[in-house]
Write a protein that binds this ligand. Structure first.
Ligand SMILES: Cc1cc2nc3c(=O)[nH]c(=O)nc-3n(C[C@H](O)[C@H](O)[C@H](O)COP(=O)(O)OP(=O)(O)OC[C@H]3O[C@@H](n4cnc5c(N)ncnc54)[C@H](O)[C@@H]3O)c2cc1C
Length: 404
């Protein structure tokens, strides 16, 4: 059978573009379909969210020849400070003690997306944009896609389709893959602040019974705020005045960075834990947010999606090199089996953090505070936790190790 492309990636966000880049020397004929233009994506408020990149992700971005450029706009995290509002327990993790330049980096989603998509557009990749997938059918031989491009309907065939089309994935829906949704009845408020004492490259994670607050160091001395609140509280904080918002933020965070000043608009996003029932259906596979959407508490969403993409790229390259069929459903299921373990681990960790830290039942509060105090004083445990925070707890695959 003659295919239009070997592989079609649906979605030109972080996962889709990183996959295209990982496959650039594979010899596979790859196409990417993206619904929104670069200008539309640049204007979307969600692009202003700050992403904390674990150290392990920077290693993988370096393997894709992306890190050198991205690092010019990213801010290093030298220390992580974790505390529990209303309790004594706290712990501090340090890059210096781990012998690394930074525990991670912070960058806005829009900045990293524009670096990645620019780099991908300079490869042999065929890009359909703006174009939206509206139909999909997978048979034994091929996956058939129907897309709307310039108000015209176009049909495409490929050996394999990868759905990297985010949380509202059309590919997932067209494949009939169901999702399991765990609602937290919370929203994440995102904004930017400046502080009288500066951020000193410290990332703060403060747990409160209403939800966690992350304050991350960014460029020009500013800090990005990701503040999770119950739905009602978040709506009030968004609708209230700037001074009310700032007073409540200062009250929750304290004065460890001095006086806070609001320097950016504020937006709220609902947060849920959403997982697809499965990653593979016929000759199609879903990756990144299409397969899992996490609570932003541990800043793991993109980091997990990047590991999906590099694992898939590595297996696709090996399959193509050995003359195998890249769309073979059994081969795709072997990919899913490998990824399932990492997904389960990250989901359980993130969900556990929310439940343990939002529980003010005295025995639970005492245990978690004891844990934070012990963690702060036992160097061997601290180092282990730090390596997990850096995204080095699991095994890096071959592409991720290529440079290091
Ligand atoms: C407030 C907040 C804070 C976060 N903080 C962190 C953090 O600190 N660290 C971290 O690692 N992660 C974080 N995340 C998660 C991270 O942003 C996501 O995991 C990541 O951006 C998902 O990338 P993706 O490419 O899978 O999906 P997306 O970025 O959603 O990209 C999907 C793409 O598919 C396109 N598309 C959709 N439907 C179609 C269609 N039918 N046809 C064609 N194209 C289509 C869309 O236009 C889009 O470009 C955070 C998320 C939020 C909301």
């Amino acid at each position: 059978m003659r295919y239009d492309h070997d592989l079609i990636i649906v979605g030109g966000g972080l996962a889709g573009n990183c996959l295209a880049l990982a496959l650039k020397d594979s010899g596979l004929r790859v196409a990417l379909i993206e619904a929104e233009t670069a200008i539309e994506r640049e204007k979307a408020p969600i692009g202003q969210r700050a992403l904390a990149l674990a150290y392990g992700s920077t290693v993988m971005l370096a393997a894709l020849d992306l890190w050198e450029t991205i690092s010019t706009t990213a801010t290093p995290i030298k220390h992580i400070h974790i505390s529990d509002q209303g309790h004594f327990g706290k712990t501090r993790l340090s890059a210096e003690k781990e012998g690394v330049d930074a525990l991670g980096y912070v960058i806005t989603a829009h900045q990293i997306e524009s670096h990645v998509s620019k780099q991908a557009s300079q490869t042999e990749l065929t890009v359909y944009c703006p174009a939206r997938v509206v139909g999909l059918m997978s048979s034994d031989e091929a996956t058939y896609l129907n897309i709307n491009v310039d108000k015209q309907s176009v049909n495409l065939t490929a050996k394999l389709v990868v759905g990297a089309d985010g949380g509202q994935s059309t590919v997932r829906d067209l494949l009939g893959i169901k999702q399991k949704i765990t609602g937290y009845s919370q929203k994440a408020i995102v904004t930017t602040i400046r502080s009288s004492l500066g951020h000193n490259n410290v990332a703060y994670e403060r747990f409160t019974t209403q939800g966690p607050l992350a304050v991350l160091p960014t460029t020009e001395g500013c800090s990005a705020v990701v503040w999770t609140r119950t739905n009602e509280q978040a709506d009030d904080l968004i609708q209230g005045s700037d001074s009310d918002f700032l007073a409540q933020l200062q009250n929750c965070f304290g004065y460890r960075m001095g006086e806070l000043q609001l320097v950016g608009p504020r937006f709220a996003f609902p947060v849920n834990l959403i997982r697809a029932d499965r990653m593979v259906e016929g000759r199609a596979v879903i990756v990144g947010n299409a397969a899992h959407q996490l609570h932003p508490v541990a800043g793991q969403g993109f980091n997990l999606g990047l590991r999906d993409v590099l694992q898939l790229a590595e297996m696709l390259i090996e399959q193509a090199e050995s003359g195998g069929d890249i769309g073979d459903p059994d081969f795709l299921k072997s990919y899913a089996k490998v990824r399932q373990i990492d997904h389960d681990k990250v989901v359980n960790f993130t969900d556990g953090l929310i439940r343990v830290f939002s529980n003010d039942w005295v025995p639970v509060a005492i245990s978690r505070n004891t844990a934070l105090i012990v963690l702060d004083h036992v160097n061997s445990i601290k180092s282990l936790v730090t390596r997990h925070a850096m995204g080095l707890g699991g095994k890096l695959n071959r592409l991720g190790k290529r440079r290091y």
